[in-house]
Design a protein around this ligand. Structure first.
Ligand code: SF4
Length: 378
């Protein structure tokens, strides 16, 4: 009942459901790891995390984003709510969390609040990353009340000129106000939504990161996320040029964990290897079968996924675009008991030493202990 000034509480059933899932996932972790480590391609257990593209339409033209730069040439659209519902129905028992964005601004989806609410009803953690330009007070309250588990609020810069040169078409003051109001409502009404305040590490922002961290280390912000620069598999020269630091790659390439741990579903139901294949250059089929029914698991282990996993195992990637251009596969590697969202491994409260940032690229400065398992964001 947050709208009236009270915190939304999970029902007893939801609490039990979440606990049981947590233990199930703990038990499944070694099974997943074995599938990855032994090079299983066909009978891969359900993914840890699900990335759902509510829409690939955006209201901004950010300079580090293929959508903003007009590089995403797939048809534009919004996910049908019934398709979304079927995806969640099938996958909620298995995945730890779902993000409701891949390419595009999720708040543009008319039913984004319903999506969050549906996940909550199914005991599935939901997360969104937003540019916060459309995060009105009303929308903030609706999202909090719907039980959003985590939000990434993107604010790249401390100065209007920095922010507005990166997030083209956004207004610095307006976005700041929206973010501060969201945090205020969350804190005042004691909502449990985990708030990540995010700045992307790039040439334009790197000199403002210290000040950003200091300024935003405030109650209500659970984590300041200095996000690694994602080159989106190095496909766009103008984006590559924005890098502040060169990536640090292991000597030997290993199969990309995303293909065993994360499912990415675009707005039209098509499956992608990860968000870096933003134009589906290596099509992997669709979760929507010929009879119109959604079947995620069947297609997660479909023939094209199997082939792609095999190509990774054999390191036969010369003609697998964009994996052959990618450096982000090295961001993380699973272990027997742990996996990671689609972002680099963190080094806790790392110092803001440029060399260290280059390696860890993700800086957790102010971290509220939480059961919320955050994934990543754009
Ligand atoms: S290698 Fe890169 S592009 Fe390919 S699936 Fe992994 S992260 Fe995505």
């Amino acid at each position: 009942m947050g709208i009236n000034g009270h915190r939304r509480e999970l029902s007893l059933v939801q609490k039990v459901q979440r606990k049981l899932r947590y233990y199930e996932q703990q038990v499944l972790a070694p099974v997943k790891y074995l599938a990855y480590a032994t090079g299983q391609t066909k009978f891969v257990p359900p993914p840890d995390r699900m990335y759902i593209e509510s829409t690939n339409i955006c209201n901004l033209k950010c300079i580090m984003c293929p959508t903003g730069r007009g590089e995403v040439t797939r048809p534009k659209g919004f996910m049908d709510f019934d398709v979304f519902r079927q995806i969640v129905d099938e996958m909620a028992p298995y995945v730890k969390a779902t993000t409701l964005h891949i390419w595009g601004e999720p708040l543009l989806h008319k039913r984004i609040v319903d999506m969050v609410e549906y996940c909550s009803a199914k005991g599935l953690r939901s997360e969104i990353s937003t540019n916060a330009t459309l995060l009105t007070e009303e929308k903030s309250r609706q999202l909090l009340e719907a039980g959003l588990s985590a939000i990434y609020l993107s604010l790249d810069g401390m100065r209007p000129e920095t922010y507005e040169s990166v997030r083209v078409n956004a207004d610095f003051e307006r976005t700041n106000q929206n973010i501060r109001r969201f945090i205020e409502i969350k804190s005042t009404d004691h909502y449990d939504t985990y708030v990540n305040l995010q700045i992307i590490q790039m040439q334009q922002t790197v000199d403002e990161i210290d000040e950003f961290v200091e300024t935003w280390s405030i109650p209500g912000v659970d984590r300041i996320h200095v996000k690694a620069f994602d080159s989106w598999a190095g496909q766009v020269d103008e984006i590559n040029e924005l890098r502040a630091y060169e990536p640090d790659l292991p000597a030997k390439r290993y199969p990309c964990p995303n293909l065993w741990y994360h499912v990415h579903i675009y707005w039209d139901g098509s499956i992608s290897m990860c968000d870096r294949d933003f134009n589906s250059r290596f099509p992997l089929g669709s979760v929507i079968d010929e009879d119109g029914k959604v079947r995620v698991m069947k297609n997660w282990n479909g023939p094209r996924m199997q082939e792609l996993r095999r190509r990774h195992i054999e390191n036969d990637l010369d003609d697998v675009f964009p994996c052959n251009h990618c450096t982000e596969w090295a961001w993380w590697k699973p272990t027997f008991s742990t996996s990671q969202g689609n972002r680099p491994v963190e080094e806790g409260d790392a110092q803001r030493d440029p060399n260290r940032l280059q390696k860890s690229s993700t800086l957790v400065v102010y971290d509220r202990p939480s059961t919320a398992r955050h994934t990543d964001a754009k």
